[in-house]
Design a protein around this ligand. Sequence first.
Ligand SMILES: C[S@@+](CC[C@H](N)C(=O)[O-])C[C@H]1O[C@@H](n2cnc3c(N)ncnc32)[C@H](O)[C@@H]1O
Length: 741
Amino acid sequence: MEQTFAKRADGNPAFEAYYKEQGFIPEGEWDDFMGALKRELPTTFRVTGSRAHAQTINEHITTNFAPMLQNVVLDGETQPAPKQLEWYPDLLAWQLNVPKRTIRKSPEYKVFQSFLVGETEIGNISRQEAVSMIPPLLLDVEPHHFCLDMCAAPGSKTAQIMEALNPHTAPTTGLLIANDADAKRCHMLVHQTGRMPSIGLGVTCNDAAGFPSLRSDQGRKNNLTFDRILADVPCSGDGTMRKNPDIWKTWTVANGTQLHGVQLRILTRAMQLLRNAGRLVYSTCSFNPAENESVVAAAMNIFPGQFRIVPVSERLQGLKRRAGLTSWKVATQTSGGELNWHESYAQHLGFVNGIANSDEGANDARWAETVFAPKNAGSLGLEHALRLLPHDQDTGGFFVCVLERIPKGSSNKEEGLASASGIKRAISPSATDGGESSKKAKIEEASNSPAPEERIKIGDEEINLPAPKGELKQGRADPQFKEDAFFFINPQDPELQSCIEFFKLGPEFPRDRVFVRNGTGEVSRTMYIANQSLKSMIQGNDYSHAHLLSAGIKIFTRQDSRTNPADTYCKWRIPSDGLSTMLPYLDPNAMLHADVDDLRMLLEEQYPLIKEEDTGLKGSIRDRAQGCHIVTFAANDGKDGRGALHLPLTLPLWKGVGSLSLLVDKKEKGTLSNRTFGKDICNWTGLNKEKRQADASVKIDVTEPMKEEEEEGIVAQAAVSVAQGEEAASVEETMTNTNSA
Ligand SMILES: C[S@@+](CC[C@H](N)C(=O)[O-])C[C@H]1O[C@@H](n2cnc3c(N)ncnc32)[C@H](O)[C@@H]1O
């Protein structure tokens, strides 16, 4: 039987002893701190700020849902209404402090929840922990920036960076590489970022500590460096106990402290990859100084004088935060749960070696020297880091530190790594530019330094740097990497040309930035587009060296028909997730116009027939060619009871021989339906069969959108003709599985 939250969060003596001793929770606040940690975390979510309708959605919550949820009484208690997070830009983030059972029991909350689920599905809303929203906000991303999210999965912060990079007013000229070391989690990341695709986004799968050196362009000597880097590193996660109460049971000193090495390697690699005057945010959801200040302090000392910790006290007004620590304590823990405190590294070594040689055996772990506070900890600016505590504003715990590469003169011709490789400090090969800088670096090998750790010099002290992992050599293909290749196609390719002609794309359409993904470079099933920055990155590097999993946006997907020969219509459609990218290039005169009644008809009927006498949208499309057409539904305030569309809505539509179909997946249709008409009106069960029986004379060729294959060529898209009978069900299934957003 599942245990209650309170039971699972019943404390951990070692946790209490460890953090009491660290002293960053004032004595008088200890009970509040522990009390907050043992309560369930409120739900928080944010409205996608980059979408044109962000304010509309926010207003909808403010004016409709918030009042509706104002006085909900459950089990005799009035439940708190949702409130806006005052520090979040444009008040687009919300906190909902009601237990899950309230949501399940209250009809008002059920309605609100279904709204949240639907909007989340299509990327208008993201559920995210309040404190986890902070690091990307402090990155200050602008649309032209080159960004790297080093440990990105599952992608909540990636989504925020993408939003900043892609304001709805203009497509980004910048770049975002979202990376994670875990292949499965990378696929989650691809899915998650698919809710908000970008022409500047690439997803890679690499150990961030050995993130490969990439060329910035074909034929250019310089390596790719970044204006903005997020290092949201793997951590013990003890700041997330309110969400994951099982951490109470498993918490040990070692859980966090043993991650110090990988965290430091990731941060040092990030620092190398940062451009002159670039900004880097290091963050964890842990309270442990061994994962936080000690990592930042060690990294700052590896690059003396090259970085500063940026004071951000003026930012995010209203956010309560505590200063980073300038001193901290180091402990080990016995298997019995007892803590041993260590004043210095020397004492620690003596202690650990003593135990190892004793009969008790080595229960206590041996930590890296960099876990200990360096002598200059007080002068590194660590107090400018942010510690977010759970009892300050009912959140999880978090640590955030903003670093900036101090600009060197006015010239930036060294472009990132070139300058980083000049760092005369020994960083392990995995944390360098493919080993080049390590060759140059002075590695001071101390004879008593235990392999494979390295000795580095900090001031007049030498310390051990935690051991490295493998690396990717610069520019070389990785034969182990088994994804499809990326080919930019010939701008005169006949298939591309057919799309340009059919959709009447203007001369400004960047046909030279269209690519396909398969082993041959042939245009077969899907065409994608990248911006110039992403194209340069792809062309400048072997994709398998970069471990590039996905990139850019799908703009054309092949749509076959069994009932018509392919040369009678354009067999390409624009998927709904590529539409906003394509809109600026489409001929406005070729677009169809419709109203909310047409939208109702397209949602109520799966494949509405086009008849001679039809007017409205059906009338205007009747004489158009078979294929994909783009239709804009005019806004309607809903006061006339016909349905509320707060903003005009543009969607792709398929015209078959005698019928129509909205090229939007089933889930999205449901959400759209709920939002516009207050309920899901897409009740299609059995509809097609009846329709076919009712009008057997009309041959309906519904070349419906098929599953958009994750990888090119994996799923062969079978065309479906409803006239052939039972296949309607499989179309529906396919629609359910389709993942456009
Ligand atoms: C704290 S989570 C990141 C959360 C993510 N930034 C977000 O906001 O959704 C840490 C991530 O680091 C990844 N990771 C662990 N070790 C890594 C490494 N050496 N290099 C890159 N990623 C790593 C994990 O797979 C995990 O997805």
